[in-house]
Design a binder for this molecule. Structure first.
Ligand code: ATP
Ligand code: MG
Length: 659
């Protein structure tokens, strides 16, 4: 490593607070810190500011109806249509501007202006009607990152049919369960797609999924692979292009949806167990994603904004499709993987399209870091104005790497904590207002009340770990679990609420994450509450230990779990991945142990440090700690079917046995 890089890293290692760059603040959508006070004083009407970002065909009467907690209703009496908000209202001023900039893995591109997108969404909406889809019918979309996916979502929204997107990487069985659970009679899918240059066949998996569905299904099939794959068509199937051609030029008036009508159904990623069918509504959700996209991602119509998530996750719903399009900006959609054909693919796209904001995940940032700075260094990234992360806690070293090597110390980094259930961002700095503290997401957004409680429900002292809770409702919140109000209350509201009360003050939302807060009110999310190890009676958060480990130079990623221990109850097992130019060594081992002892104390000292080339990850990129726990305890392995890389598990097992 060159000397100046060493000096830079050393300087940054010392710094734990960063002010937003002046040049950013000057142009930021939100730069007045009085917003926190104003929102607090004017709650819940402060959220009218979010509702004002969208068009209503009938005005709402009440901002918040909290008469039946926790079944809150927002902007009641209002009517709107999400597709109209994402398309029609932009046509006059931005009709010829780019709405979606699509980049295929093999290098092909497709560009949709707002008028082109509007046209195709209308044709697909007409197609769905023609096939018999009625308002409130759930349409399942089992599709990879092709433009037809957001088009189908907006077409559903146009006719008031809620969509349920099933991530294309999920199994046939996952499709079956979701279609059955939602009584969904319509499926839009795809013949296949590309991954690392290979054509992946998707249609047969979709067929297998449908074969388990307990009712009739009508299918529409997008032909992505063309001659490369002669995909099977069943009697129920229709070809997307043919149907749409039949509707060429058709227009469908956007139906008026009640603010509280369902916009979509989305299952959580299932990191901790069985996925939950989260219901989001039209008014509150759209207002929430538009407002957060404006305030936190600083989106302006003239931007070229890129969120690298998959639309099959909530992040893609909120911040590739609905938020950016509601604001009339250009949203980039990339089909492929970040290291194909080369490890500079992301930076090549940023340079070529002059991307202004990049929103990605810590797992991706750690991979970039592991690959090395030469890849971003080859490209001009000066178009970037803001960087964001979501999905997992980001350790300070990765944060600083992102800030320095991608943002050139000139872009604020927003570390956004939120969940499928929250609809959009909840805890993060406002990039034009607050200082950033690497590793800490920041304060709750204005108008949100987040508090840390102990298991008794009492507030915990600053600096101590506690349970994150949200004390007041917000517009983007889930309304229930699909057709299961009981489980909704049980999952999210039973822990800290007085469930017999109809006073909203007695109801507290529990996201099931642990966190700590500092004297400035900045929240550091430590991870799921069940990711806690009990060593000799001390409760240690796995995230905190992991953060200490990845703070060691040369370590790219770490996962910590508890292995059973005769004397201590549990002991700390650390699985670690080195950066590309480093290798397993006694020195690294000792540095890891020292770093943990220094950060947390000798009690957290890892009993085992296992160097491994990969960690088991879910399809959304989250580490599957429960499998690592099974390995540590030599237990029978739980299911690996939701893993992106199931093969690594036996490799790691072998390593542990050898150690
Ligand atoms: P399931 O609920 O089915 O187990 P999941 O929780 O992984 O799945 P998501 O809704 O996609 O499904 O993930 C939300 C979770 O991701 C949060 O509860 C939190 O644990 C984690 N998370 C998201 N963003 C951040 C962040 N910026 N910092 C720390 N953790 C985060
Ligand atoms: Mg969750």
């Amino acid at each position: 490593m060159a000397d100046d890089t060493g000096e830079l890293e050393a300087r940054l290692a010392e710094q734990d607070e960063f002010a937003p760059p002046e040049s950013f603040v000057e142009q930021a959508n939100v730069s007045d810190e009085s917003i926190y006070e104003r929102f607090e004083e004017n709650w819940p009407e402060c959220w009218n500011a979010a509702a004002e970002l969208i068009d209503w065909s009938s005005d709402y009467e009440t901002t918040l109806d909290d008469s039946n907690p926790p079944f809150y209703e927002w902007f009641t009496g209002g009517e709107l249509n999400a597709s109209q908000n994402c398309l029609d209202r932009h046509l006059d001023e931005r009709g010829e501007e780019v709405a979606i900039e699509w980049i295929g893995e093999l290098g092909e591109t497709r560009r949709y202006t707002y008028s082109e997108l509007h046209r195709e969404v209308n044709e697909v909406a007409a197609t769905l009607r023609e096939l018999g889809v009625e308002e409130d019918d759930v349409v399942t979309l089992y599709m990879p990152m092709v433009p037809e996916l957001p088009i189908a979502m907006l077409a559903c929204a146009r006719i008031g049919a809620p969509h349920s997107v099933v991530f294309a990487g999920f199994s046939a069985e996952a499709l079956t369960t979701r279609m059955n659970s939602a009584d969904s009679e319509y499926l839009i899918t795809c013949d296949g797609y590309y991954r690392r240059g290979d054509a992946l066949e998707h249609k047969e998996k979709a067929d297998e999924g449908v074969s388990g569905v307990d009712h009739d299904v009508t299918g529409i099939v997008v032909d992505r692979l063309g001659e490369e794959y002669d995909h099977p068509m069943r009697e129920r199937d229709h070809d997307y292009d043919e149907l749409v051609a039949e509707q060429a030029g058709a227009t469908v008036a956007p139906v008026d949806r009640d603010a509280e009508d369902m916009l979509f159904l989305m299952y959580t990623s299932g990191t901790t167990g069985k996925p939950k069918g989260v219901k989001h509504t039209t008014g509150g959700y759209l207002a929430w994603v538009a407002w957060t996209a404006q305030a936190v991602l600083d989106i302006k119509p003239e931007d070229t904004y890129w969120c690298s998530a998959d639309i099959g996750w909530i992040t893609g719903h909120s911040y590739i499709v609905y938020g950016p399009l509601a604001l009339g900006t250009t949203t980039v959609m990339y089909e492929g993987t970040p290291d194909y054909p080369e490890k500079d693919r992301i930076w090549e796209i940023v340079e070529e399209y002059d991307v202004t904001q990049l929103y990605t995940a810590p797992t991706a940032i750690r991979a970039f870091m592991k690959w090395g700075t030469e890849y971003p260094d080859e490209h001009d990234l000066s178009s970037l104005r803001l960087l964001g992360t979501v999905g997992e806690p980001i350790n300070p070293r990765a944060w600083k790497w992102y800030y320095t090597h991608i943002g050139d110390e000139d872009c604020p980094v927003v570390d956004t904590w939120w969940q499928t259930e929250t609809g959009g961002m909840m805890v993060t700095t406002l990039p034009g207002v607050g200082n950033m503290k690497p590793g800490s997401a920041g304060p709750p957004l204005p108008g949100l009340d987040a508090q840390l409680l102990d298991s008794e429900g009492d507030p915990v002292d600053n600096g101590r770990a506690g349970y994150l809770t949200i004390q007041k409702p917000w517009p983007g919140m889930l309304r229930t679990l699909y057709q299961n109000d009981e489980r909704f209350v049980e999952e999210y509201w039973s822990e800290y609420s007085d469930t017999d009360s109809d006073d909203p003050d007695d109801w507290v939302y529990f996201p099931e994450d642990g966190a700590k807060v500092d004297d400035d009110g900045y929240i550091t999310v430590l991870g799921r509450v069940d990711d806690v190890i009990n060593v000799s009676g001390h409760r240690l958060g796995t995230m905190e230990i992991e953060s200490a480990i990845v703070g060691v130079e040369g370590i790219a990623e770490a996962a910590v779990v508890g292995g059973s221990h005769e004397l201590k109850g549990e002991s700390v097992y650390a699985y670690v991945i080195t950066e590309d130019e480093y290798e397993e060594s006694d020195d690294l081992h000792d540095a890891i142990v020292a770093s943990v002892e220094e950060a947390i104390g000798p009690i957290a000292r890892p009993e085992e440090v296992v160097f491994t080339p990969e960690l088991p990850k879910t399809r959304s990129g989250k580490i599957m700690r429960r499998l690592l726990e099974d390995i540590a305890n030599d237990d029978e392995l739980g299911t690996t079917s939701t893993l992106r890389n199931p093969n690594v598990v036996s490799d790691i097992q072998q390593k542990v046995t050898d150690n």
